[in-house]
Design a binder for this molecule. Structure first.
Ligand SMILES: C[S@@+](CC[C@H](N)C(=O)[O-])C[C@H]1O[C@@H](n2cnc3c(N)ncnc32)[C@H](O)[C@@H]1O
Length: 480
């Protein structure tokens, strides 16, 4: 702990224990918006390899992959990536190769992550790979596991997974209970590694970044540059403040967010947003984000259940929607949603578009215009239409999502920045350079804070903005 405190001191940070939260990371100087607060390489990481997509174990790249010829499980995109992982993979490869082929192919990313955790610890203990203040097994030991709060079913699952890890490693005297506890640690401490556009690529354990606690109104954001986790301040953070990121999708109502936090991280959030639970403004916000729309299409009031329980009354105009009408649309929506594909293979894009269009129409009838479900359906349509290169309809849906994004991701949120970026790209493709410039400027304003300015993604964004600006001014001068 002392060694870690010294390493953090150099970064103007310190760790303290707070009774209701456990360890917390505090600043010892002011941080400006966009500044990197802390970054860390993973102690261990694995890509989310599936039959549909594989990635390099070292850099998560998905092209030019070659399978490890011995274990046939792990992929690398180059010799240098394979070399960088070799000390660890040599041991993993030996262990995996002893399994029957079918069993080996069924080893999940979570099992691999645990195997790598044990192998890395072994190699550090034997000093085959170096350890440091921010990179050692003691930091993993210090992570919270919440063992006493986990339900029976989950414990049984962790015990089964621990047995499989033991079977693969075949280490005499290995402690199954400790492996099960480590699975519980991974559940509330590991992070999903995403690319710059927040698409999930894999999972990593970053034991120092794991000290950062959650807020639904965070002052920082955790993003990834390759496999490195980087925490950026998204607002001015004064000296002595706690560094806070969001662990979950913050768009939901307070009850939805609290449920997600309780289920995965086993705590009740008391952040400034959550402390409003049950107050009028919070009830209003939940009814807007997750409730029904007014019967009058021109009214954007929110609906609350009538005291007799027979319907929902608009809090703006007083019109009532009957329970039966709502039930009817909800049931149509359910049967349509059951038909919607979870993932869309390319040959099914057209079919998916029609299903999601029908869902969107029904959701518009049922939900408030700022509904999160409606926003998510439009987001799906936007993605599929982009795959179909139908830029114009994709842009229409993208524009419809923007006001909801602005409401649910206020301030400097990467998802809002990325949505402006998509809008700008589509406007540019459709020749609407003037609006493209406006959207890309909004994207840059947010993303240079959340993502920094030096990543390939941001450099590409700056180039796109310059190109759009040049084209807009050329168009303007030729029109003159
Ligand atoms: C990734 S760890 C964060 C570091 C942790 N506080 C520690 O002592 O190691 C996640 C756990 O921290 C606690 N935690 C995180 N944010 C919290 C918050 N806002 N309020 C209360 N507990 C929180 C919960 O126990 C959660 O499962």
């Amino acid at each position: 702990m002392e060694e870690l405190q010294r390493a953090l001191e150099d970064r103007s940070l310190t760790v303290s224990n707070v009774p209701e939260k456990g360890r917390c990371l505090f600043t010892t100087r002011d941080f400006s918006p966009g500044e990197v607060i802390i970054s860390q390489e993973p102690y261990v990481s694995v890509p989310n390899n599936s039959s549909a997509e594989s990635r390099c174990d070292a850099c998560f790249e998905s092209s030019n992959l070659k399978k490890c010829s011995a274990c046939q499980v792990v992929y690398y995109c180059s010799n240098s990536c394979q070399k960088s992982e070799w000390k660890l993979h040599r041991l993993e490869c030996e262990a995996l190769s002893k399994l029957h082929k079918e069993r080996r192919m069924a080893v999940t990313p979570s099992i691999r992550l645990m195997i790598k955790l044990y192998l890395r610890t072994k190699l550090q203990t034997e000093r085959v790979i170096p350890a440091s203040a921010m990179d050692n097994y003691k930091l993993v030991e210090a992570l919270v596991a919440h063992m006493s709060e986990i339900d029976e079913k989950q414990l049984v699952l962790y015990a089964q997974m621990a047995n499989l890890v033991s079977l693969i490693l075949q280490w005499p005297g290995i402690n199954i209970k400790e492996i099960a506890e480590n699975f519980s640690k991974l559940a509330c401490n590991a992070h999903t590694i995403c690319d710059s556009e927040l698409r999930p690529l894999g999972t990593g354990l970053y034991p120092v970044i794991s000290i950062v606690n959650h807020s639904c109104l965070p002052n920082s954001v955790l993003l990834f540059e390759g496999r490195s986790a980087v925490v950026h301040a998204v607002q001015h953070i004064p000296k002595g403040a706690e560094v806070l990121i969001s662990y979950i999708e913050t768009a939901g109502s307070t009850l939805t967010r609290q449920k997600a936090l309780k289920e995965q991280y086993l705590f009740t959030c008391t952040c400034p947003r959550c402390s409003k639970v049950g107050k009028y403004n919070d009830i209003q916000e939940s009814a807007v984000l997750e409730g029904y729309r007014c019967k009058d299409n021109g009214c954007i009031g929110f609906l609350l259940r009538e005291s007799d329980g027979n319907g929902f009354i608009c809090q703006q105009c007083g019109l009532v929607r009957s329970k039966e009408e709502i039930k009817q649309i909800a049931s149509e929506l359910k049967s349509l949603s059951d038909k919607a594909p979870i993932s869309t293979p390319s040959h099914n894009y057209q079919e998916s578009v029609s299903v999601y269009r029908a869902i969107e129409t029904l959701q518009r009838k049922l939900y408030h215009p700022f509904s999160i479900s409606l926003m998510q359906t439009r987001e799906k349509l936007l993605k599929i239409l982009m795959e179909l290169e139908d830029w114009s309809e994709a842009l229409a849906y993208c524009r419809l999502t923007i006001p909801v994004y602005q409401r649910v991701y206020p301030g400097c949120h990467p998802l809002l920045g990325l949505q402006y970026y998509t809008c700008g790209k589509l406007e540019w493709l459709l020749g609407d350079t003037e609006n493209a410039v406006k959207s890309l400027i909004k994207a840059v304003d947010i993303l240079q804070i959340t993502h920094g300015t030096s990543t390939p993604f941001m450099k590409d964004l700056f180039v796109r903005l310059e190109e759009a600006r040049a084209e807009a001014s050329y168009k303007f001068s030729s029109e003159e």
